[in-house]
Design a protein around this ligand. Sequence first.
Ligand SMILES: *Cc1c(COP(=O)(O)O)cnc(C)c1O
Length: 361
Amino acid sequence: MSRIYNFSAGPAALPLPVLEQARDEFVDYKGTGMSLVEASHRGKAYDQVHTEAMGLFKELLGLPDNYKVLFLGGGATLQFSMIPLNLLPEGGSCDFTLTGTWAKKALADAKLVGNVNVVWDGTEEKYVRMPDPSELTLDPNAAYFHLTSNETIAGIQWKEWPDSGAVPMVCDMSSDIMSRPIPVEKFGLIYAGAQKNLGPAGLGVVIIREDLIDRNPRPLTAYLSYKTHADSDSLYNTPPVFPIWMVKMVLEWVKAQGGLPAMEALAEKRSGLLYGAMADSGGYYRCPVQEATRSTMNVVWRLPTEDLEKQFIAEALAAGFSGLKGHRSVGGCRASIYNAMPVEGITSLVEFMKEFQRKNG
Ligand SMILES: *Cc1c(COP(=O)(O)O)cnc(C)c1O
């Protein structure tokens, strides 16, 4: 078996012990004589997985009792629609921070449903930082306030959470959920696609405060309504059973590593090694984003020329480091280093970077 260091932004590397467990349990799930993906989603075997996965979200994030975990199809992107449809009343408005490509997509969908007030726009600065909470003037009558905790493409991350008072804060945590402890009670709704820090693609996880489930500002078809999923414990229809099973195993792994404080320490360590290597390179590797809100999950950098970047990415791939090409919209290099990336992956990459600079500096 040969596994390389996978720095893809998503789908992304998962913990090897989880992949091995899935392999071992795939064909005959715990003596049932069938795979879990062949079993009824209303049967005992799956029910246990479903309930345990929800329980692990509650436990690891420390969710208060008035929050519900929902498992839905459609990844994070379906939530760009569901959030305004379920939370934004006719004639009402919501506040948005426009911090990068993902916020922009969420905002575009919200605009089709109602009024959006952009309270901070990083477009002109080319998304080189998250705003400081002191820069925001929020509408106390907004239906909700939307932010993106980590901009996966730009490589920036909120470090200090704003305070939106009584207005529910809604946050896309797709690319940093479970990478650090979160003050959950500050948020009305947290959502994430699974394929960065949680498991396989396709699953959307929604953590919602109960009072928001009942907002119901307009008639909706069943699947689009949070109430449908909350009332049926996410078993209204067939849930994405395979991703949910994988997520359960990933969360068990997170718990065994020491939970979110341990994940945060590892994330700081991994990203610190990479940012440190850039700082030590005398400007050869240059991080384009401002230091205060650099991401611990998606580390971006440039080389002196685009030709050198191409060469770097090609030679890195040949040396066993895949997925280092920056997003096509911004170019450059990016290492996505989610929970499953071992520290050795980073120390090896840093060695490679030094060697590349020595040869091509
Ligand atoms: C990847 C990503 C998404 C999109 O997730 P899908 O599951 O593909 O819908 C949304 N927001 C952020 C911040 C992401 O990183």
